[in-house]
Write a protein that binds this ligand. Structure first.
Ligand SMILES: Nc1ncnc2c1ncn2[C@@H]1O[C@H](COP(=O)(O)OP(=O)(O)OP(=O)(O)O)[C@@H](O)[C@H]1O
Ligand code: SF4
Ligand SMILES: [Mg+2]
Length: 345
């Protein structure tokens, strides 16, 4: 069996939300006001094999970025074990931890906010490899030039600043910066969401070319199933901190199982009418501060029945490599309400 490159095992991450002024005042006056805790990630297990592209999808606030940051090694989990090439990262020595940390790089949605506006492209791309001793200072310009060419930027722009580039070009700068430290695992966090559709396609193509050439592995985070469909080997769906379904991409799109997935798929816009932001599933996303009991999806689920309000459904394998957390899968006579899927995109 393949050892995953990176593996999250029963990972949880909680954030305490401190009290605001009014709440502190109320507490001082004797009211029973408690600090609120967000379960951003709640017992998630997710393995990414070498060379694989895993698409991680879910609505805003479901915990995608938090899980991505944990898998990139830049945010510690509250509970659970993270493994890099099969080894528990909490037991790594310093140099091993540093190597694993460099080997995982994140590329964000808004390159402008992640690129220092006062630094030139040369410094932005060349700084980390020099600092980490991957390249000598006097060789950095050659390396940056080669990287700029590789990501489709004119190397004569080496001395320019981020504001002198378009959104798509800035994303290419972000990609070159990530590549400069020779990563193996790239977490793309909504990396194409802010771009126009035609530029999105160019950047997705670049990601796929780089994967082939450099043997990269991706966790591709998006709330857009249309984008994920084009590039993923496997898809995982998150809802309020939990993974509710995961399957090889072909099986996922041909035979989705979870009612939340089916609702998401039935709302995927066509390429022509794709909007940048959309809130696909009917009904409001519940507050992660007070998630619904049992199955978190039950208040919005067209198939919900009594058991769903009480008991948390566990992930079960319903076909090889295809897991889904829905009580319908072990309730005879009940099946998820399917929607007309293939015609929508
Ligand atoms: N540093 C933090 N402190 C407090 N709460 C946080 C922090 N980071 C994330 N959260 C909360 O954790 C939950 C999950 O957030 P996260 O950013 O991981 O979601 P997401 O799926 O990436 O959303 P989006 O699609 O909007 O980017 C949200 O309720 C968010 O408010
Ligand atoms: S467990 Fe119940 S509420 Fe949850 S998705 Fe399945 S049918 Fe819907
Ligand atoms: Mg996010």
């Amino acid at each position: 069996m393949t050892t995953p490159l990176v593996e999250a095992s029963a990972i949880s991450r909680r954030f305490s939300r401190g009290l605001d002024y009014a709440e502190r005042l109320a507490r001082m006056m004797g009211a029973n006001v408690e600090e609120r805790v967000v379960h951003a990630v709640d017992g998630v297990s997710l393995a990414v094999n070498p060379g694989e592209v895993v698409g991680l999808v879910g609505e805003s606030g479901c915990g995608k970025s938090t899980l991505g940051r944990i898998m990139a090694g830049i945010l510690p989990p509250s509970d659970g074990v993270m493994r890099w090439q099969g080894r528990d990262v909490s037991t790594q020595g310093r140099s091993e931890a540093k190597a694993a940390r460099l080997a995982s790089q994140m590329i964000f949605q808004d390159p402008m906010s992640s690129l220092n506006p006062r630094k030139t492209i040369m410094d932005i791309i060349g700084e980390a490899p020099v600092a980490h001793g991957l390249v000598r200072r006097n060789e950095a310009a050659d390396m940056v030039t080669a990287l700029m060419q590789r990501v489709g930027l004119d190397p004569s722009y080496l001395k320019r600043y981020p504001h002198q580039f378009s959104g798509g070009q800035r994303q290419r700068i972000g990609i070159a910066r990530a590549l400069a430290v020779k990563p193996r695992f790239i977490i793309c966090d909504e990396s194409v969401s802010a771009l126009d559709v035609s530029i999105q396609a160019q950047i997705l193509n670049l990601f796929m070319e780089l994967k082939q050439e450099l043997g990269l592995t991706y966790l591709f985070i998006s709330h857009d199933l249309g984008v994920v469909k084009h590039i993923s080997d496997r898809v995982a769906i998150m809802y309020l901190g939990r993974i509710v379904e995961s399957a090889p991409a072909d099986a996922f799109f041909a035979a989705p199982n979870h009612p939340y997935t089916i609702a998401l798929l039935s709302e995927v816009p066509t390429i022509k009418q794709r909007r940048r932001q959309f809130n696909p599933v009917k009904g409001e996303i519940p507050s992660p501060l007070h998630p619904p009991s049992g199955c978190h999806f039950h208040p919005r689920c067209p198939n919900a029945f009594d058991r769903c309000r009480i008991e948390r459904p566990v992930l079960r394998e319903i076909a090889p490599g295809h897991i889904s957390a829905c009580h319908l899968n072990d309730t005879p006579g009940k099946t998820p309400a399917t929607a007309a899927l293939s015609a929508t995109y």
